[in-house]
Design a protein around this ligand. Sequence first.
Ligand SMILES: Cc1ncc(COP(=O)(O)O)c(C=O)c1O
Length: 427
Amino acid sequence: MAILAINQGPPVRTAPFAAWPVFDAAEEAALLKVLRGGKWWRFAFGQGVELSEPEQGEQSEVVLFQKEFAGYHECRYGVAAANGTGTLEIGIRALDFAIGDEIIIPAYTYVACATCVLQNNLVPIFVDVEADTYNLDPARIEEAITPRTRAIMVVHFGGQVADMDRILAIAAKHRLAVIEDAAHAHGCAWKGKKAGSFGLFSSFSFQASKNMTSGEGGILCTNDQALAVECDSLLWAGRRVGRPWYEFHRLGWNYRMTEFQAAILRCQLRRLDEQIECRARNAAYLTEQLQRIEGLRPLVADARCTRHGYHIYIFRYDEARLGLKRERFLKALAAEGIPAFSGYTFPLYKNPMFLEKKFINGAFPLGSAYHADLDYRKFAALCPVAERAAASEALWLPQNVLLGPRSDMDDIVAAIQKVLEHKNEIP
Ligand SMILES: Cc1ncc(COP(=O)(O)O)c(C=O)c1O
């Protein structure tokens, strides 16, 4: 009986997968430079030519990083921030929508996509994702558009770029803004054009698990100068370039990135291309192997996504066909040394926050009577793909497992095969 590791048999793998984060002497030197330089915060306020206090002979790491990262993503402006939740929030605030306006977001995503909407007294409206990519389903967007809809937020989920051809066309037809949550999509591309360069603005995250990280951090990218200047002001407490330091022009916040974060991120950006290629090679091989196993189907990599970041490697598990609950399968797989997990176990709208409408001051949406009757339970019937993905289908592998040698992929496949072959022995 002791074949499965969960039954005290020998595990397929005891060695750890590739470590994350990745750093070397470059990050160490960059951090020491900031440390010894004594300028630990971003000391130059504003965008490019509008810098408030350019210091001769010195340049802020944050300002340099903004230029480098935005330029790499085919955007003219970058606004670096404390995290990717903050960049989504200030980007939306800068658009000045009216109380109770609606923003379409995917049902299968991280909570920040909704909180950034609610923090602006706007209403998130959930739309289902595609069965093959788990990205916002263009075929389901139009039915969710109302006279109050102002924007469509796409999330390039797991590093696969959403169908920008169809989404941009729908947005243009209905005169809606497109917001790209590119928290998973550093360096990714759709038909050769970088993710983050399609929408009115995009938002990236540098939180610890992300494909580029400084522990925490975020950046907003845009080609709209006025928007960039406004966002800069919003994360500097509402200050304006060229105006007195203690003069505040609108409700802002402190979402500034530190010089330490930017120093690390400038190094991480230089590693990005090589890491993307490594993940893509391993992901292609893993997909080839996993699709041969009955009951497993990796998400489909759309050929128009010419650069997939594989922030999460996702494959689909057919619980009914395999006759084994996903959670029991995962437990046995973990014992074999494979760090797969189920990700979200219910779609975003099923969080207590939505079911109980625990929003700002308990009201929803602040000052707007129109949505008083909106019951987020209704989205369960509208989002069958997100429901299934969360409840039983999705399996996630974190990006760092794709940064090792090909033999690591063989271990993943061998462990899965072993668990499925011996599924009747799982206690
Ligand atoms: C899809 C998505 N959007 C936004 C965020 C928010 O980023 P941050 O953690 O930097 O606030 C995350 C982070 O996990 C995310 O996964």
